[in-house]
Design a binder for this molecule. Structure first.
Ligand SMILES: C[S@@+](CC[C@H](N)C(=O)[O-])C[C@H]1O[C@@H](n2cnc3c(N)ncnc32)[C@H](O)[C@@H]1O
Length: 289
């Protein structure tokens, strides 16, 4: 089957089944993405935008470009085009309730607190974790707390580091946390910023989750929500096992509303609420990527 539409000014963009397969293979090898045949029309429209942006008229030239050394940026544009960065403060708020009621009382007694937001998009998830910790942990425990927040998309990490959001994003932040954790933006109208104590708790970095990870844990909690949904089954199983190997015993894994943990990780996790898992068994050696 061939899809076609006008991209740029110079003609139709042909997108055959073979083209789709070639793109799906690249997206799988580089990012672990699983592109089902049924997604072909969506993929077509997303890729057409990239061809337009790069003023390229045909798909094979775009594939050649993606394989060129020095086009790492375009490969990241591709993943941005094929996935969504949709997020919000306190999204799936039952996870933050579990964090506050079940995990934080233990964390208050620990010398070191580490939480990872994996696939953090533009930062709303790790900043929601930070506001929850600040509102519930005593000061001495907070001094030893760090939230690591990573995403594959450099544009998202740049936005997260700015920590500035439009005022309409305030609506999902509980009123008491709005007061303690945010302030009006000093240089942009109709925007707010996270307060310095909230920002200080979070360190952002770029990371492709299907590659090697530059840290060893252990983590008290890992949030990886609405990210694995893009991966094929085997990549998901491997990811859950790798996360579990980095959790301390009793640590929590929070996943997205349409995701389920599968594979060997289930040997070491027990269900602890809606899309929430808790590590039970003794930690096993880290699992390679
Ligand atoms: C829908 S957002 C989820 C944001 C947040 N976790 C939430 O639930 O609100 C998905 C994020 O996963 C990121 N992502 C997709 N594939 C990734 C990969 N292989 N490694 C790291 N991040 C990835 C995307 O860049 C995007 O920011």
């Amino acid at each position: 089957m061939i899809s076609a539409a006008t991209v740029g000014g110079s003609g139709d963009f042909r997108f055959t089944d073979e083209d789709f397969k070639a793109l799906a293979q690249l997206a799988h090898a580089e990012f672990g993405l699983a592109l089902a045949e049924s997604k072909k029309p969506l993929v077509y429209s997303r890729i057409a935008r990239r061809l337009r942006a790069r003023k390229i008229d045909d798909f094979s030239s775009y594939m050649a470009l993606l394989k060129t050394t020095g086009e790492a940026e375009e490969r990241l544009e591709l993943i941005s085009a094929l996935t969504t960065n949709v997020t919000s403060f306190f999204r799936e708020k039952h996870h933050f309730e579990t964090l506050r009621k079940e995990l934080i009382p233990q964390l208050a007694r620990q010398p070191r607190i580490r939480i990872w937001s994996a696939g953090c998009s533009s930062g709303q998830e790790p900043f929601s974790i930070a506001m929850t910790l600040i509102s519930s942990l005593p000061e001495p425990a907070l001094r030893n707390a760090r939230i690591l927040a990573t995403d594959i998309d450099p544009a998202m990490i740049r936005r997260a580091n700015e920590a500035r959001y439009p005022n309409e994003d305030l609506t999902t932040i509980p009123i008491d946390l709005q007061k303690s954790g945010t302030r009006p933006s000093s240089d942009e109208h109709a925007c707010f910023e996270l307060s310095d104590p909230v920002r200080r708790l979070v360190t952002f970095g770029e990371l492709n989750l299907i590659e090697a990870w530059p840290f060893q844990g252990p983590f008290d909690a890992i949030f990886c929500r609405n990210v694995a949904i893009y991966f094929d089954h085997e990549t998901q199983r491997r990811l859950w096992a790798r996360f579990t190997s980095l959790l301390r015993d009793g640590g929590f894994l929070f996943i997205g509303h349409s995701e389920r943990v599968s594979g060997p990780a289930l040997d070491d996790l027990q269900t602890a609420g809606v899309t929430t898992y808790r590590k039970t068994a003794a930690r096993k050696p880290a699992v390679a990527p």
